[in-house]
Structure formats: C-alpha cells, structure tokens
Design a protein around this ligand. Structure first.
Ligand code: ATP
Ligand code: MG
Length: 259
C-alpha cells in the first residue's frame, strides 16, 4: 500500500475536493483505495455520502487506539473505495494525544498491520500543522499538496515544506513529495495565470501538468453526497481530476503500479 497525505495548512485550497475525486478516479482505475478523513470538519465523509449517523467508529477511535482499521472502515457507493470517516470528535484527539508518548505515530501504527488490504491510501488533512497533520505526514510515503492560484500561495508553502523537512529529519526519513497540484485555476484571471507561472518557476517539475480549473460542478457535488466524478463525469473539473490521477499513477514507484 502506498500512503499519500493530502495536506496544506491553508484552509479552503481544495484538499478535500482533491482527496475525494482522486480517490474515486484511482478506485475506478482498479486500485483498491482507502480514504482516511483526518479532518474534524468531516467534509470528505459528507462528500462521499456517509451520513452522520453511520459514523460510529471513526478516525478518532483509530488515533486513540479504541478500534482497529477494519473496524473503522466503511464502504462507499464507489466500488473499490472505502473510507474511515471523521466527526467533530476528532478535534478532541488533538488535545487528548498531547500527553501521549507516541503521539505522532498513532496513525502509522494503526495502518501498519493492515497495509496489504489496500493498494493506495489517501489521507485528507485538516487546515493546520497540528498533531493530526503530523500523524498523517508520519504515516505517509508521500505528500500531495493542493495549491490555490492566489497571491500568497507560495508563502504558506514554505512553512509546509519546513514541516516536511522536520518530519524527514525526525520521524519519517522516507517521506517524499509526489507533487503540487494547482487548484481553482481561472483562465480569465490574469493573477492566477501569473501565480501559476511563478509556482512553476519556483518548483519546476514538482508541479503537476494537470491543473484543476475553477468549476462550479466540483463545488456542487458534495451537497449531493457524491464525488464530482460521479455527479458529472464530463465536466471540466472531473476531467482534470481524471488527468491528475493518471499523472499521479505515473509518478508512483514502479512496484506499486501493478493495478
Ligand atoms: P479545508 O481547509 O477547510 O479543509 P479544503 O482545502 O479541503 O478546505 P475544499 O473543501 O476542497 O478545500 O474546497 C473549499 C471550497 O471550494 C469548497 O466549497 C469546494 O467545494 C470549493 N472548491 C474546491 N475546488 C474547487 C474548484 N476547482 N472549483 C470550484 N470550487 C472548488
Ligand atoms: Mg478539507
């Protein structure tokens, strides 16, 4: 199993939209896929149609070692895609874990015994660099960073990259960065164009060729409890995520590309 954390401490940049749709695209391509909702907002769970009442065991129980991965996992309407849902309770984990000794390794431990059940696991992180995101970065093989094309985009990124460096030096020396995806790209807006150019100048090949356009269908889909890829698989946003999934698969280590 390859584990991919989707993280950026900046809020509303498209982490969850990316997590839902890329996980769906990978599952549709035949990869046995798990999505872990690690955000107390529970947006990934909602966006995949998991009702609040169905979220009995969640990523909170996983981190607090109150339940195992199979116990916390629900299947979704998408064949080949399972989810560990989240509820507001998860915000408590951030506090409760502070006094625990192996507090950044909880997710790593929870995934360790079950790494053969899935081929790929995505982790949807909350908009902070707190203990939840640290758990994700410790458990991950690699990081996928959604970056919104706006003026301060690069500023936030340097803080994230510093955190990645710290994690590499301490807990998880093999943590990689599989790529940066530009989101909410608006061709008609000169500023987003300029930001996209700057980001590519600065990060080069780290930036995915596939760019996610600003597309209202992507923002409508979650209220119907389905990925945009199911809600309207022809819309520009869905097509962009299919292209991104293909590009992502191309960047994964050869041995993991069996599917
Ligand atoms: P948070 O930091 O709060 O977890 P996030 O980084 O997960 O946010 P999303 O929830 O994916 O970001 O997106 C923020 C909002 O923007 C949502 O309402 C979402 O539907 C919308 N959105 C995301 N991507 C696009 C897009 N490409 N085009 C239009 N709307 C988008
Ligand atoms: Mg989110």
């Amino acid at each position: 199993m390859i584990t991919i954390a989707i993280a950026n401490q900046k809020g509303g940049v498209g982490k969850t939209t990316t997590a839902i749709n890329i996980a769906t695209a990978m599952a549709a391509t035949g990869w046995k896929t798990l999505l872990i909702d690690l955000d107390p907002q529970g947006n990934a769970s909602t966006g995949l149609g998991i009702e609040a009442a169905a979220r009995e065991l969640t990523s909170y129980d996983l981190l607090l070692e109150e339940a195992t991965l199979p116990e916390c996992t629900l299947s979704t309407d998408i064949p080949g895609l399972d989810i560990v849902p989240a509820t507001q309770d998860l915000s408590g984990a951030e506090v409760e874990l502070v006094s625990v000794e192996d507090r950044t390794a909880r997710l790593t431990k929870a995934l360790a015994q079950h790494s053969r059940a899935y081929e790929v696991c995505f982790i949807d992180c909350p908009p902070s660099l707190g203990l939840l995101t640290l758990n994700a970065l410790c458990a991950a093989d690699t990081l996928l960073v959604p970056l919104q094309c706006e003026f301060f985009a690069l500023e936030g990124l340097s803080q994230l990259l510093q955190t990645v460096e710290r994690i590499q030096q301490g807990f998880n020396p093999n943590l990689g960065i599989v790529g940066v995806v530009l989101t909410m790209f608006d061709r008609r807006n000169r500023l987003t164009d300029q930001v996209a150019d700057d980001v590519r100048d600065c990060l080069g090949g780290l930036v995915f060729e596939n760019v996610i356009p600003r597309n209202v269908r992507l923002s409508e889909a979650p209220s119907h409890g389905m990925p945009a890829l199911v809600y309207d698989h022809q819309c520009p946003g869905s097509r962009a995520y299919i292209g991104l999934a293909r590009e992502l698969i191309g960047r994964l280590p050869e041995t993991r590309k069996a599917a």
